[in-house]
Every structure is written in C-alpha cells, then in structure tokens.
Design a protein around this ligand. Structure first.
Ligand code: CP
Length: 318
C-alpha cells in the first residue's frame, strides 16, 4: 500500500481523549483510517510502518473489541505486540499503577495502549512513561478510539457528519462512549440529542450543549443515526432503572420505536450488546439498518491510524 506523507497537523504525543483535539486533527485521523480499511480486506494484511517498534496492551478492564483490534492493528503494522495479562501480573501482588507503568517503561516500549476502570488513570499513567499512550477507555471519562470509529462509520455510510441528527440513547451517565462521541460529533458539526431517563443522565448534561429527551418517541424523531448504549452495570452502585423489563419497554430499541426516526436511520451500538435490554435482537441483526459489525471492522482501521500517527510523531521527534 502506498503511504502518504502525513501533514504535521497532528503533533500530540498521546491520544488520551477527544477533548483537546481540533476538527482538523480528527479529520486527519479519520482520513488515515479510511486508507487502512481496504487493506484490511486483502489476503495479505501485513504492513511495516511499525516494524521494530514495541506495543504493550495493558487492559485492567475486560474487553473483546478494543483489545483484539488494537492487537490486530499493531500486528498488521508490523509491531511486536505484547498483551499484558493483569490477572497473572504483579498488580495482583499489590504493585501500583504508577510502579507498573514505570516498570513497563524501563523495557522501552514505543506505545502503550491502556484501559482502566478509573477516570483519569490513563492520563496519570502517561505522565510516568516516555512512550506514546493511547486511552482504550478510562472509567466513565473517555473512549476516544471508539468515537473515532463511530465517526468513520457514519462518514462512510452517510458521506458526511455535519448536519446529521445523532440520537444517543441509554445509559449516558456511566458511558465514556457517549462522552467521547458527544465531543467528537459536535466538533464535526453534528446535532446531538441524548435520550435517557433522568436517572441515567449526568447532572452536568446542560454543559454539553446537546438536546435532552426523556422518552424514545420524541427522542428518535427525525434522527439520522440511532446510537444505543448498554446499561453499564459494572459502574452502577444501586438501582438506576425500576427493572430490565420496564427499561426495555420504555427505552429498548424496537422496530416500533424506530418508525420515529428517518426511514433510512442507521442503527449503531459500540458493543457489547445486551439483547432484550437496550436493543431488540432482530433490530440489531437487520443488515439493511444496522452498522454494528461495520463499527467493529472499522475499529481495526481506526486503531491502525492512531498507532501509525503517534509512532510517526515519535520517530520524527527522535
Ligand atoms: N466497545 C468496546 O469498547 O467494546 P469492548 O469492551 O469489547 O472493548
């Protein structure tokens, strides 16, 4: 694959969040990812942009999509990729996050991909290492590569982001995906509406500059994109919904509720999905309406773009 020379507009060392990225930097990463999509469909997927570089994946929280796609992305770019297993690491013997970071740093990795259950933990880790750090999700704070892959999915399926009405529905309160998507899609000119019961909205929602709707019927009206989120029970202390059955009745995406959206509205979900809770299984599997597996595919391309961009910056600075 021919590799374009990158313009120097993405000059950051880390990717810790969408906050602080300019629309131009977002566009650069999306354009870069677009170049990797077709490559991922070829028989020979091996490139060499990261040949000789070391990538460590450090996931303190479980993951299927993000961890696997970062591993594939690094390997497809030619990096040596190490997946650190937390359950068999010295973290289990009481080693702190910072000591773990400094220990890994002493082995001279070039990029560290980290997921942690605490908001801000990945930024803290980045302050103690010399390599590039990518946030693969920190608590309910940010999940920047998810927002980038969601934006790429929308851009490829709709040809644009600007001017689209995106309804983000479900557990906004605990969702790093919602926060990163609100920041990114707003920056790219989309109109955002969050749809959730009051118990699942952050107290600071007015500061986000989004429309707020407490029911699906008005919340989905004329939406171009319907993005569903699961109930993040692992971050809940106490009860936020009366029952799963009632939640599905009121907020679960069904064909009936979908009639309120635009006839060609695209259904998205970052995964993992809980069928029969926030989304009906037949709606999720509707190949004419659902972009859920596109999101997964484009996740590899987006992560290749992020790894490639950050490690190019490192090489340029060396
Ligand atoms: N969307 C997402 O972050 O999925 P995983 O938890 O499987 O990585």
């Amino acid at each position: 694959m021919a590799v374009r020379e990158l313009p120097t507009i993405y000059s950051k060392r880390h990717l810790l969040g969408i906050e602080g990225l300019s629309p131009l930097e977002i566009q650069l990463l999306l354009d870069r990812a677009d170049e990797f999509v077709d490559h991922g469909r070829q028989a020979n997927k091996k490139l060499d942009q990261m040949r000789g570089l070391t990538q460590i994946n450090l996931f303190f929280e479980s993951s299927t999509r993000t961890r696997t796609s970062f591993e594939l992305a690094g390997k497809r770019l030619g990096a040596d990729v190490v997946n650190m297993s937390i359950s068999s690491s010295s973290i289990k013997k009481g080693e702190t996050l910072i000591d773990t970071a400094m220990t890994l740093n002493a082995m001279h990795p070039d990029v560290l991909v980290a997921r942690h259950h605490d908001s801000g933990a990945v930024a803290l880790l980045a302050r103690h290492v010399n390599c590039a750090v990518i946030n693969a999700g920190d608590g309910s704070h940010e999940h920047p590569t998810q927002a980038l892959l969601d934006a790429l999915t929308i851009r490829r399926r709709r040809g644009r982001i600007e001017g689209l009405l995106v309804a983000i529905c479900g557990d906004i309160l605990h969702s790093r995906v919602a926060r990163s998507n609100i920041l990114l899609l707003s920056a790219m000119g989309a109109r955002i509406r969050v749809v959730a019961p009051k118990t699942l909205l952050p107290a600071s929602i007015d500061a986000y500059g989004v429309e707020v709707c407490a029911n699906m019927e008005t919340g989905l009206a004329d939406a171009d994109i319907v993005m569903m989120l699961r109930l993040q029970t692992e971050r809940m202390q106490g009860s936020f919904v009366p029952s799963v059955r009632e939640y599905f009745h009121l907020f679960g995406l069904t064909y009936d509720k979908l009639t309120r959206a635009k006839p060609d509205a695209l259904i998205m979900h970052p995964g993992p999905m809980n069928r029969g809770v926030e989304i009906d299984g037949t709606v999720a599997d509707d190949i004419d309406r659902s972009a859920i597996l596109d999101q997964v595919e484009l996740g590899v391309a987006v992560r290749m773009a992020c790894l490639d961009t950050l490690t190019r910056n490192l090489k340029a600075a060396a």
